[in-house]
Design a protein around this ligand. Structure first.
Ligand code: NAP
Length: 273
């Protein structure tokens, strides 16, 4: 069994980005919009800003109060779309429930949409047109490629159908000639599907959801889930038992998470002409 070391691969990608930035005369501006005070978001925002400092990127945080009106968020996005000092815009999710996040994502200029969530970016992805691709699915594919894990003709089972993970991942895998099955909470007899997977990608958010009996010998297991037990981060997969059957497996932390961050900055670099 081989550990898919997302932390190592991500740090190599970020190191290359740092070199490119040092060689680049242009300043790079990254705007993060954070509405409210979600605890997990606080950590994610802090980490992204820290990474900006390390890489030599100008990180700009727009931290808005929980009760900010949707219109104010939309106006800020419009302003940042027209700001020449800003290359990429990221709206941290979740946002408070009175704000329509899809509307906000869709207002971000497709030229600055480094999260790949605008309708144009999503549409392009589903049509196979080059565009910004959302970072977690892109990071998963990059990790599989790094370890030369073939996708063509393989049975890939994704447990997730969200707009940020399952759907873009489905499109990326189809483009790479995988046979993709997408499961979710209404899937009956989930185990029948997971046992048929050459590559199993779980993004459910329930700790230890994937158990040894759900996985055949030699499966590549990608754990996207992030949960916390007693403050400690853990994934969807019962790592101790499943890793005995898997050929390759991502740990949590240090698997998919760092790859997501690396892809945000890779997308940001793609905004530079
Ligand atoms: P989400 O929208 O809540 O998606 C969860 C998915 O799991 C849904 O499709 C849901 O099905 C499915 N599901 C829930 N219970 C299930 C069950 N018992 N059996 C089968 N499927 C079930 O969440 P998300 O935003 O996509 O994120 C999913 C997980 O990935 C979370 O833990 C999140 O923290 C993590 N995540 C990690 C990264 C990273 O960089 N590592 C990035 C993004 C997300 P329905 O559609 O039917 O509800």
């Amino acid at each position: 069994m081989t550990i898919l070391d997302g932390a190592k691969v991500a740090s190599e990608i970020l190191e290359n980005i740092k070199i490119k930035i040092q060689e680049c005369s242009q300043k790079i501006g990254f705007a993060i919009i954070w509405v409210g005070n979600d605890e997990a978001s606080a950590i994610y925002v802090k980490n992204k800003l820290k990474k900006c400092d390390e890489l030599g990127i100008e990180g700009h945080l727009y931290h808005l109060e929980e009760n900010t009106k949707e219109e104010e968020v939309l106006n800020l996005i419009k302003k940042l779309n027209n700001d020449n000092n800003i290359n990429g815009i990221l709206l941290q999710s979740p946002v408070p429930s009175h704000i329509d996040i899809k509307k906000c994502f869709n207002l971000i200029s497709p030229l600055k949409d480094i999260d790949g969530f605008s309708n144009i970016s999503v549409g392009n992805l589903s049509l196979g047109v080059p565009s910004f691709v959302s970072c977690t699915p892109k990071g998963i594919i990059r990790l599989l490629d790094y370890y030369h894990i073939p996708l063509k003709g393989k049975n890939v089972v994704i447990i997730n159908r969200s707009n940020i993970v399952g759907k873009p991942l489905f499109n990326l895998l189809i483009e790479r000639d995988a046979t993709v099955t997408m499961c979710h909470s209404k899937t009956e007899n989930l185990k029948d599907f997971t046992l048929n997977a050459d590559i199993l990608i779980s993004a459910v958010g329930i700790p230890k959801f994937i158990t040894e009996d759900m996985v055949k010998d030699g499966t590549v297991v990608i754990d996207v889930g992030i949960s916390r037990i007693d403050g400690k981060v853990c994934g969807d997969v019962n790592f101790a038992s499943v890793s005995k059957k898997a050929s390759y497996i991502t740990p949590v932390p240090k698997g998919v998470g760092p790859m997501t961050i690396a892809m945000i900055f890779e997308n940001l670099m793609a905004t530079i002409k």
